[in-house]
Design a protein around this ligand. Sequence first.
Ligand SMILES: Nc1ncnc2c1ncn2[C@@H]1O[C@H](COP(=O)(O)OP(=O)(O)OP(=O)(O)O)[C@@H](O)[C@H]1O
Length: 516
Amino acid sequence: MDKRRGLPQRKPDLEFYLHRVFRKKSFRPLQREVISAVVEGHDVFLQASTSFGKSLCFQLPAVIGTGLTIVICPLLALMMDQVNALQAIGVAVSTINSNTPLAERRLILDDMLSGHPCTRLLYVTPELCQTDSFRRNLQVIHRQEQLQRIAIDEAHCISEWGHDFRPAYQELRWFKQNLTNPPVPITALTATATPRVRSDIINILGLDTTQLRLFNTPSARPNIHYEVRYLQEYSDDEDQLRNLLKWLNAIQSRRTARIGAEAATKLPPISGIIYVGLRAMSEKLAAELSRESNIAAVAYHAGLAAQERTRIQALWTSSKPCESKDGKPSPTFSIIVATNAFGMGIDNSHVRFVVHWTPPRSFEGFVQESGRAGRDGRAAASLVYYSPQERDRIGDRLSRDAENLKNRGGPKPHVESQLKNHAARLESFQKVIRYCESITKCRHDMIKDLFGDFELEEMGSQRPPSSQAMDSRGGMSSSPCDFACDFCKEGRGGLAKRQAKMAPDYMMQVMYEGYD
Ligand SMILES: Nc1ncnc2c1ncn2[C@@H]1O[C@H](COP(=O)(O)OP(=O)(O)OP(=O)(O)O)[C@@H](O)[C@H]1O
């Protein structure tokens, strides 16, 4: 073990820190292995499904021994959630971001440069890591042997082939190039990376492949029931709304049948998210749903004031019974109707369903958003409403975006980078189409295929033992679907029947691509 970074000589008792500092009973499968590799000083790449508990994999090592862990985070909200949660359990954590007052910034930097920082974790933006002054400070801390490691959250943002490309992430290559002798270990974490994005993460960050430890969990979540609802030809918003209400009412009836009407009224509401493409749609749909006595729905989008968004999120996360309407029993459902402004970092464990009102624009976005459901490990559902008309509308818009990019001009490398990222977005949307239009494969398996889980296994990635089983190709696959998708439940015939009711003049694209 590396004495220079102040890591303890004896193997640390990870359980002790888990119980005493983080107040958790036990590690989730694979967490201990990842944390051990981080503590041993390896470069680590972790691709784990939404809600796995990736943050603990760098937070727990950070509180062992001395020294500072720098955490790079792309979103202020995500950063603040983690910082607040760590402060609440007494961990010495700070953040420097655009909202940090100058005086506080000075105090943090004084501590960092003191030679024996009290701060264990410092959350920063990738943009801050590009500045000369911050880089100089990091070099000083490194020379003082107090820079324990660097954790890069949402590491897929580094790749132009990723759905959330952020140019400042590419400059994080500076760490391995400049913080040498000894190199500072890096932990890169993501929930959504395709093979191309993974290879960018490893190459751009310059992770040491001779000692890099790879870990992954299956990209599809076993507790989520995945389903695609095919909209019939000429159906309109009202038909779709009726379809959704029928589904919700069936859920309510099953609940009442199981526990009785009286007991059901005392339970917290069933939480769900409906993702829509436009702000106006989120307002309209929330208003329509709220007309139902058993639903409390609220719109959430970037057009609302920040305070209002925080208030809505807090109310929706609280899981308190909703206010009753006109003296009637309190609503059974608490639904947030959101644009994709509501996404990363939403850690509400009791979301039971995520509905995509229109096809998601990117496959990675779909997996992130549907992954907001069932974070408590209990059964949850992902529903996507799909029609070829909507498919073509989104496809056309993406093509127009490409034209606009070409016409806009600008410095060549910049335009090239944007076009590459745009090509990646088109590719990602093609995956959404394959996912929605395929009627010959389990949706869990499709998600794993489209994320290249199999390739990760071939690269020697370690996975939770419980997720390993033989798949139809004779290789290792994650746990079986167990009827938790529409294909496994209804079979090819059932899906074909539903799909045939869509507009007949639109051919399904996957047939041309030979995916099936
Ligand atoms: N061992 C554990 N036992 C119980 N709860 C845990 C454990 N590890 C993490 N958690 C909890 O799981 C939740 C999800 O953790 P975290 O936010 O790190 O997930 P994530 O993998 O980053 O997911 P996402 O990519 O969706 O943001 C948090 O509330 C966290 O406190």
